[in-house]
Design a protein around this ligand. Structure first.
Ligand code: HEC
Ligand code: HEC
Length: 396
């Protein structure tokens, strides 16, 4: 009898140490792509257990991931603002510091092959250390500091271990958790997808349909913002010089209308504002490849959810989709390395309007759900009770 009890106990122990298929923490999420997008690229090294996604979501929302507990990933990639910042051309980091580029959306970031506007990073797992350590973004002094801090925050106790088979917070698991969450921010099945791929006749207005015909025809947009037979990433994941970066670097004059008193306006050139803010140098893809031919080239962004992600371009210099359409109608901004695909289009006012209307039909059907889930994961933000650096002890 004693022996039987012993065997039974052993059984229970063996069972509880295994990953049980019914355990929601360990259930691996299989993500079927929504209408309009291809299979989600998930490498076998990066499965998506539910516990890991939820942990990543909490980390993404947590202001304590910045050095002074003020700035979360979600404060630059704001869920309600298309996971970008609608009020800021270029991002603002810790203690109001200037960041030289526009915060891109993280919707559909699972499909991005080379991350950042210049493609300098290759995996979401590694990418997180960029903002976490940048002095003008989240400002942490070191990788170890971030890890020690997470260890002393009581609300993370046990969460890494549950998500990573007993492994605590470390340089890999922090990246893997944030990456797992971001890979789930897949969004399509827009009205365009239902019309084009789902053959739902009434899903687009006739104006939007005309806009798509221009997009893939006369206006030549789909040469870079690809739309295939089965799905549309709306990017070629490559780098092009459209002239935006060139104009900014060379400070080609841009006029600003400034109000002096009610009803009294003057036009000022950028140069007049020089004493306030110097432009930060930015040569785009050249900084990664050191090939002069890549000067001022930036990655083609996907246009999915573009109605939600203003302002536009790597420096947020175009405020509206109408401004973007005007920009392309002029053929971009001339410079010696401008992409030859960009030439003046000669679009009529009606055509421009149709093109912008089409771009607004690309909003995914699940954005509200993803926003709600993000906000529900917001942690309490209680700062650590003691200096995180003080927890570090040598193990010998
Ligand atoms: C201060 C604002 C700010 C914060 C905070 C911030 N980001 Fe970003 N993020 C940016 C900017 C700006 C870029 C583009 C930088 C570049 O291209 O050089 C970017 C780029 C990215 C990209 C690349 C997207 C693409 O399409 O290439 C990802 C992914 C990302 N951030 C995720 C995160 C995560 C995760 C966190 C938190 C750990 C975070 N960001 C915190 C502003 C921020
Ligand atoms: C030669 C390739 C190319 C062609 C053709 C092209 N684009 Fe782009 N598009 C880009 C690149 C590269 C960027 C990013 C530029 C930057 O960040 O400075 C971009 C950015 C955009 C953006 C801003 C998206 C964002 O999130 O900031 C929109 C909108 C856009 N393009 C729409 C269009 C439309 C509409 C057309 C056709 C009239 C078009 N594009 C033609 C390469 C192209």
């Amino acid at each position: 009898m004693k022996r039987l009890a012993g065997i039974l106990l052993l059984w229970v122990l063996v069972l509880s140490s295994c990953e049980r298929p019914g355990d929601p923490d360990n259930a691996t999420l299989s993500l079927a792509p929504p209408l309009g997008l291809p299979v989600i690229p998930l490498s076998p090294d990066h499965p998506l257990p539910q516990a890991r996604i939820e942990l990543g979501r909490t980390l993404f929302m947590d202001r304590r991931l910045s050095h002074n507990n003020t700035l979360s990933c979600a404060m630059c990639h704001v869920p309600e603002q298309g996971f970008t910042s609608n009020e800021l051309g270029t991002a603002v980091g810790i203690e109001g510091q200037t960041v030289r580029r526009n915060a891109p959306t993280v919707y559909n970031v699972a499909y991005v092959e080379q991350l950042f506007h210049d493609g300098r990073e290759f995996s979401l797992e590694n990418q997180v250390w960029g903002p976490l350590l940048a002095g003008n973004e989240m400002g942490n002094p070191s990788i170890g500091y971030v890890i020690e801090k997470i260890k002393v925050l009581p609300d993370y106790a046990g969460r890494f271990e549950r998500a990573f088979a007993g492994r605590g917070p470390d340089v890999l698991t922090v990246g893997q958790a944030l990456a797992a969450y971001q890979r789930t921010l897949v969004s399509a099945n827009s009205r365009f997808d239902r019309w084009y791929y789902g053959k739902e006749q009434g899903a687009l207005t006739t104006e939007e349909q005309a806009g798509f015909r221009l997009f893939s025809g006369k206006a030549g947009c789909s040469a870079c913002h690809l739309a295939g037979e089965k799905h549309a990433l709306l990017t070629d994941n490559r780098f092009h010089n459209t002239g935006v970066g060139y104009a900014y670097s060379l400070r080609l004059p841009r006029k600003h209308v400034v109000q002096l008193s009610p009803g009294k306006f003057i036009e000022l050139e950028d140069k007049a504002l020089d004493s306030f803010e110097q432009p930060l140098p930015d040569v785009g893809r050249y900084e990664v490849t050191l090939d002069p031919a890549d000067s001022w080239a930036y990655r083609t962004p996907s246009l999915r959810n573009v109605a939600l992600t203003s302002p536009y371009m790597h420096n947020g210099s175009l405020a509206t989709l109408e401004d973007v359409v005007e920009f392309y109608d002029r053929g971009g901004i001339d410079n010696p390395q401008k992409d030859p695909l960009l030439t003046p289009l000669g679009l009529s006012a009606t055509e421009k309007q149709a093109l912008a209307a089409f771009l607004r039909s690309l909003t995914g059907d699940n954005v509200q759900k993803l926003v709600t889930e993000a906000r529900a994961a917001q942690p309490a933000d209680t700062p650590p009770a003691k200096d995180p650096a003080s927890t570090y002890r040598r193990g010998y």
